[in-house]
Design a protein around this ligand. Structure first.
Ligand code: GLN
Length: 491
């Protein structure tokens, strides 16, 4: 039998239901692995040993009474942006270093309702602002494939923990690429659902019109099982939507023969200088694989990538400046020492509590919303958002899915881009348009570059079509084994 941490969710579920293993044993296995190996990756902000083992006992009791679902007893770890009642939820910020959430996020509650033991909370860029996990107040996570490389971000801890097989499942969030881009960097699979499919209640807000949580796991099939658990209409989230009728895991084995997949070949041309050589080769191979599976490849165009980045940084920063105004040192979060008056309390609590990148966003956001500049920036950005949304709708009248890179190249070295925020913003050039339009999209591994760092492709679907892209991804994974490979020191 393969080692437990290599098994899929379906295999783990079978082992549990046939009583070949208990949830306590499984949870202990992942906790021990996390304790010994996380020295290298630093994927966790906190481990949740005691509660996880208690939850595992409850899961075993529930299974013994046959009171269970497929995921009962399978451990999980959450990005440290999700509130867990009575536990620390830091958002990787000094501002929330000691914040104890007074309630469970809907995602947390849904995971707990299945008796899934929570192994711990995972590292991320501060308030999810970043593409490298280097803006975390607690220090960067390292990519398990190469400890000198970034794991991507902002859900870098989630991606690294799954890649290093420290947890079978994790939940991340994606505002401009933060699930898909780290998934690509770490050679795992991640899905950003349609905006509104997964509740944002209790997920600490960055840019509310873009933020969306989703599953991160070894494979598309594992993501589908987890999505079925964490999705659902939630009256506590005013942007929650009525859900698709069927569960995503039901469609994994559907035939994809005859499906039309759009590929923006114009982005593959080398003179565009966006795409690395290895990425291009592996994307071409993936497209060939889909042809073999009977899909029809359609040449499409995706325009306005650069404008999408500009629009995103205006809209996301504007929303962040409003969302993060609540951290003023009064009700919760970091408070400076000995303030002399209220102004001093606000100013010092915020300037000491937030890191550089967060402050940069808050200043951009406040600026673009200010009276004289609103029309020039914010209003223009909203127009670009609409144009991009319309373009996607146009494309989806011709194809059922779009295939494109998840990011320009593989993960770069840690500390190599710290002085160059705009260059880091470019990491999300292929993911940001999807958030602006609110579409579902996923990233999955397609090979490695010459340094043996993972590369990923992205599949985008139309609204509420996550079952369709998960199906397309699963069929690829049934015929390839990139998603089964593990980093050499984490076997
Ligand atoms: N890298 C992008 C940003 O810094 C996206 C982050 C995200 O998706 N949370 O805003």
């Amino acid at each position: 039998m393969s080692k437990l941490h290599h098994l899929s969710v379906q295999e783990l579920s079978q082992q549990l239901s046939q009583q070949k293993i208990s949830s306590v044993e499984l949870t202990t296995h992942f906790l021990e692995r996390s304790k010994s190996l996380d020295e290298k990756t630093k994927a966790y902000i906190s481990l949740n040993e005691e509660q996880a083992l208690e939850q595992a006992k409850q899961a075993d009791a529930a299974r013994a009474k046959n009171n269970c679902t497929p995921l009962t007893g399978i451990p999980i770890a959450l990005k440290d942006i999700y509130c867990v009642d009575g536990g620390k939820t830091t958002c990787a910020s000094r501002m929330l270093e000691n914040f104890i959430a007074p309630y469970n996020a809907t995602v947390t509650a849904k995971v707990f309702a299945q008796n899934m033991p929570l192994l711990g909370k995972l590292n991320m860029d501060e308030f999810a602002m970043g593409s490298t996990t280097e803006t975390s107040y607690f220090g960067s996570t390292h990519n398990p494939w190469d400890l000198n490389a970034i794991p991507g971000g902002s859900s870098g801890g989630s991606a690294a923990a799954v890649a290093a097989r420290l947890t079978p499942l994790s939940v991340g969030t994606d505002t401009g690429g933060s699930i898909r881009q780290p998934a690509a960097c770490c050679g795992i699979t991640g899905l950003k659902p349609t905006y509104g499919v997964v509740s944002r209640w209790g997920q600490i807000a960055f840019a509310s019109s873009l933020d969306q949580g989703g599953p991160m796991a070894k494979s598309a099939a594992d993501c589908a099982f987890l999505l079925d658990v964490i999705s659902g209409f939630d009256e506590k989230d005013s942007t929650s939507i009525q859900q698709p009728e069927t569960t995503t895991s039901q469609h994994l084995e559907d035939s994809i023969s005859g499906k039309k997949i759009g590929v923006p070949y114009h982005l593959f041309e080398q003179d565009q200088k966006i795409l690395g050589k290895a990425n291009l080769e592996h994307l071409t191979e993936a497209i060939e694989e889909y042809k073999k599976l009977g899909c029809e490849i359609v040449n499409i165009e995706i325009d306005n990538l650069q404008s999408a980045i500009a629009a995103y940084y205006i809209i996301a920063s504007a929303e962040a400046s409003s969302n993060l105004s609540r951290y003023d040192g009064v009700r919760y979060g970091y408070r400076c020492q000995d303030p002399v008056d209220l102004m001093d309390l606000y100013k010092r609590s915020r300037s000491e509590g937030f890191g550089e990148e967060v402050k940069r966003r808050l200043m951009i956001g406040t600026y673009v919303l200010s009276a004289g500049y609103f029309d020039a920036y914010y209003l223009q950005a909203q127009k670009v958002r609409q144009i991009i949304t319309n373009q996607f709708q146009n494309t989806f009248s011709q194809v059922e899915a779009i295939l494109l890179p998840a990011k320009p190249g593989s993960a770069f070295n840690l500390n190599s881009h710290n002085q160059d925020p705009v260059n880091v913003y470019m990491e999300d050039i292929f993911t940001i348009p999807v958030n602006l339009a609110g579409l579902p999209a996923m990233a999955l591994p397609i090979g490695f570059d010459e340094k043996k760092r993972p590369l990923g492709m992205q599949l985008i679907g139309n609204y509420k079509q996550e079952h369709n892209i998960l199906n397309i991804a699963h069929q690829y994974q049934k015929n390839t084994d990139w998603h089964l490979q593990t980093p050499p020191n984490f076997d």
